[in-house]
Structure formats: structure tokens, C-alpha cells
Design a protein around this ligand. Structure first.
Ligand code: PFF
Length: 448
């Protein structure tokens, strides 16, 4: 066994921080508000929270158990526990690659906005139309977004190349609490904007008449995307956890943190959306055209927006690192490439995909996959299909196939921790979660 050669993470705090570093990112601050806005607001939020609690939390504990029990990359982990299930690992590696394709592009936008904040460019505009025009000009430009995407990919590559322990742990430890504080300040400011309460009502007051099968699938996919589950990221990270790490507490803390950040982002964005007169269903541009409006009304707006976009860059970076790590660890351990070569191969491949996704919003917009441009297709395919499919099979594997003793040992740290919720946990994994996932899928295919 090569156990001793593998890196482990620091203490309890580090396990929570690195996992939260993966979870908290653009999914919370960019994707969550835009899909919530697109799907009616309050009712979406209610379903989202249910998905996080009923499906997200047990699945995260399940993935942690698989990762720490096998101490391997996503493919190797499932293969080690049961050869026939390695497809679940491949599903994760593929999903990580496809997510990076569009995630790097949005991460590049945040880097560009950070630069515009520092130079004062962002503060020059003052109406929703101007923010929208500026954003469209930027994403349709063939070179600038590519340049920022490239910058971001390079940053991710170097953190990964520094190694698991040094690179990931250090970057995750920095700045997370600061992001929280700034989000609270933004939320307070946004709520005080004229007409802000209407936005708050939109976000918090459910109107269940707006809910369709597609809304539920979107909420579910968003929950998986935001928590980084159904993809092997938590399997890979948990393979570096220490034997003393309490998997249930880690999962609970990460889930709470991640959901709080999404909630705060919603409370910051929607009052401003209504106050400034932007459509909540503006899609992926929503946050980028709303935020400058909030900042502009604040004293020292340049400072606030520079720090905020810097933090967003860091939050995105800790997530891209985790996605990159899924592929790098797989290539390193399964293809026997050196870690360095594996990192380069991952970087090269994602670079090509991200460049195409970025161009698909401008010059390559004519290329359509099922009616969607490449950027939107990657977003839809991963969040609404690959992650829920990964989640479904993870439930079946851990609930039905995995040796019960292994699961018990991981969750209780070899009998040292009590496992009072065992019956509930197994009920969720074996019956309720797979049943919900299956029904939502069938309903979307028009089976009912
Ligand atoms: N959870 C990240 C976010 O919300 O931004 C995105 C992500 C990271 C998704 C890692 C999937 C993953 F494996």
C-alpha cells in the first residue's frame, strides 16, 4: 500500500476549509442568483434548500466516506471498492473537465471586473443599460475575455503544481471570512436601495404555482453544483483527509457555509435588481450587470468593488483548483504520469475547451448544440445531467453496494464516534434520494 506517500491535510479546520473552498465559488454568487431569478425566486429557493438538506448533505458524507476509505482519485476510488463501479469516477472526471470549460470563462470575467474596479472604469457608468452594454461589449470581444481566462487558468495551474498540501490548503485558508463580511455589507446596502423590498419579496416569498418539473431539476442540479457533489471532487479531497476528521461535521459545516453564502448573495442581488430595473431572468449576465449598480451607490465604491471582485476571484480559484485536482489526480494515479505532467495535460485540455466556450458567446455563437451555444450547453449538461446522474449512482453504490462495515468505519472513525442518525442516513441514501432523483428525471423526460 502506498498510503504513507499520499499527502494529508492539516487539522479539522483544514478539511472544512478546503472542502468549503471547493463548494463556495461562482456557483453561489454568480450561478445561484441567475438560476433563481430565471425560475421564479422564492419557490426555487424553498426547493433548493430542500435539495441541499435531503440530497446534498447525505451525498457529501457518502462521497467523503468513499474517498477516505480508498485514499485514491475518483476513478481509482470506485474501482478499488468495486471494479464495476469505476464508471462513476469517469463520469466525475468528464464532468470536472466540462465544468472547467465554462467556469474558467466566468472566472475570467471576475478577474476583468476586478481590474476595472481598481482602475475606476466600473465607476464611470451609472445606469443598468450602461452596465449591460459594457458587459456585452466585453464578452463579445474575441480577445479580452480569452486573455483573462488564460490568466485564470495559469493561476490555477500553478497552485496545483505546488502540490496538494501547500497549494490547496494555503489558498483555501485565506480570505474566506472576508468574503462573508463583504457580502453582508452588500446585502445591507442593497436592501436600503429604493424599491429593494420588492426584490427581497421576490427572493424569499414562494409562489409554488410557478414550479415545473424543469424548475425542480434546475434546483437539484444547482444544489449539486454548488456543493461540488456528484462529480468526485469530494471523493478526491476526502482521500487527503486525516483519519481523525469527523466526516459528518465536516459535511454539515460545509453545507451550512455554502448555503449561507448563496442566501447572502441572493439577498444582496435581488433588491438591487428590482431597484435598478433589471430583469431577474437576465441569465448569466445578471450578477455582472447588477453588482456595479450596488457598488456605485456606496461610499468608497472603488474600494468595495475592488475588494469584492478580488475575493470572488479567490473563491473561484479555490473551486477551479478542486476541479483541476480531480483530473490531475486521476491522470497522475491511473495513467502513471508525473504529477507535473498530469497537471500540464489537464491545463492544456481545459484551455482549449474554455477558449471555445468563451468564443461561443461572440464570434462562434452560431455553433449550436441542441439549440444552445457551447457555453450554455456545458453549463446545462453538467449541472442538469451529469451531476444528478453521478449523485444517483453514488446513492445506489454507497447505499446498496458498498460494504456496510466500510461505511460504518468511515462515518464513526473506526468506532470512536457515535452514529445515531444511521437509520435515517441509510434510508435517505438507499430509498428517498434515488427515488427523488429518478422521479425528477422521468418527469423531465415527460413520463408523467
Ligand atoms: N461548487 C463550486 C461553486 O459553487 O462555484 C463549483 C464546483 C466546484 C462544482 C467543484 C463542482 C465541483 F466539483
Amino acid at each position: 500500500m502506498k498510503h504513507t506517500q499520499r499527502a494529508t491535510l492539516g487539522g479539522k479546520l483544514s478539511a472544512v476549509l478546503v472542502a468549503a473552498g471547493s463548494s463556495v465559488g461562482l456557483g453561489n454568487i454568480w450561478r445561484f442568483p441567475y438560476v433563481a431569478g430565471d425560475n421564479g425566486g422564492g419557490a426555487f429557493l424553498a426547493i433548493y434548500i430542500l435539495c441541499v438538506l435531503i440530497l446534498g448533505l447525505p451525498l457529501m458524507i457518502a462521497e467523503f466516506s468513499v474517498g477516505r476509505a480508498s485514499r485514491k482519485n475518483a476513478v481509482g476510488a470506485y474501482r478499488a471498492l468495486d471494479r464495476k463501479w469505476s464508471f462513476l469516477g469517469y463520469n466525475g472526471v468528464l464532468a470536472a473537465f466540462l465544468i472547467l470549460g465554462f467556469y474558467f470563462v466566468v472566472a475570467g470575467w471576475t478577474a476583468e471586473y476586478m481590474v476595472h474596479s481598481v482602475t475606476g472604469e466600473l465607476a464611470r457608468y451609472s445606469t443598468a443599460e450602461e452596465y449591460t452594454a459594457m458587459f456585452e461589449r466585453f464578452i463579445q470581444n474575441p480577445w479580452r475575455p480569452l486573455l483573462y481566462t488564460l490568466l485564470f487558468i495559469t493561476a490555477t495551474h500553478f497552485v496545483i503544481a505546488l502540490g496538494v498540501q501547500k497549494g490547496i490548503e494555503r489558498s483555501a485558508k485565506v480570505l474566506m471570512p472576508l468574503l462573508f463580511i463583504i457580502l453582508i455589507a452588500l446585502a445591507v446596502h442593497s436592501l436600503l436601495m429604493p424599491g429593494g423590498s420588492e426584490g427581497l419579496r421576490f427572493f424569499l416569498k414562494p409562489d409554488f404555482s410557478k414550479i415545473t418539473a424543469a424548475t425542480v431539476l434546475t434546483a437539484l442540479g444547482q444544489a449539486f453544483f454548488s456543493l461540488s457533489i456528484g462529480i468526485g471532487t469530494m471523493v478526491t479531497y476526502a482521500s487527503y483527509f486525516k483519519p481523525e476528521t469527523n466526516l459528518r461535521h465536516t459535511a454539515l459545516n460545509v453545507t451550512i457555509l455554502d448555503t449561507l453564502v448563496a442566501l447572502l448573495a441572493g439577498i444582496a442581488i435581488f433588491p438591487a435588481v428590482f431597484s435598478v430595473g433589471i430583469q431577474p431572468s437576465s441569465g448569466p449576465s445578471l450578477v455582472f450587470i447588477t453588482l456595479p449598480g450596488i457598488f456605485n451607490g456606496m461610499p468608497w465604491s472603488m474600494v468595495w468593488s475592488s475588494v469584492f471582485f478580488l475575493l470572488l476571484v479567490v473563491a473561484a480559484l479555490t473551486s477551479t483548483i478542486s476541479l483541476h485536482e480531480v483530473i490531475t489526480a486521476y491522470m497522475h494515479e491511473e495513467w502513471h504520469l508525473s504529477r507535473k505532467s498530469a497537471a500540464w495535460a489537464t491545463t492544456g485540455a481545459t484551455l482549449v475547451l474554455a477558449a471555445l466556450a468563451s468564443l461561443s458567446l461572440g464570434v462562434l455563437n452560431g455553433w449550436r448544440i441542441c439549440g444552445l451555444n457551447l457555453f450554455d450547453a456545458l453549463d446545462y449538461l453538467t449541472a442538469n445531467i451529469l451531476l444528478p446522474v453521478g449523485g444517483f449512482f453514488t446513492c445506489i453504490f454507497v447505499g446498496w453496494r458498498l460494504d456496510r462495515k466500510i461505511l460504518q468505519m468511515q462515518v464513526t472513525n473506526d468506532g470512536q464516534l457515535p452514529f445515531r442518525i444511521r437509520t435515517l442516513f441509510l434510508f435517505l441514501l438507499r430509498y428517498l434520494c434515488p427515488a427523488i432523483l429518478l422521479l425528477v428525471f422521468l418527469d423531465n423526460l415527460g413520463a408523467f
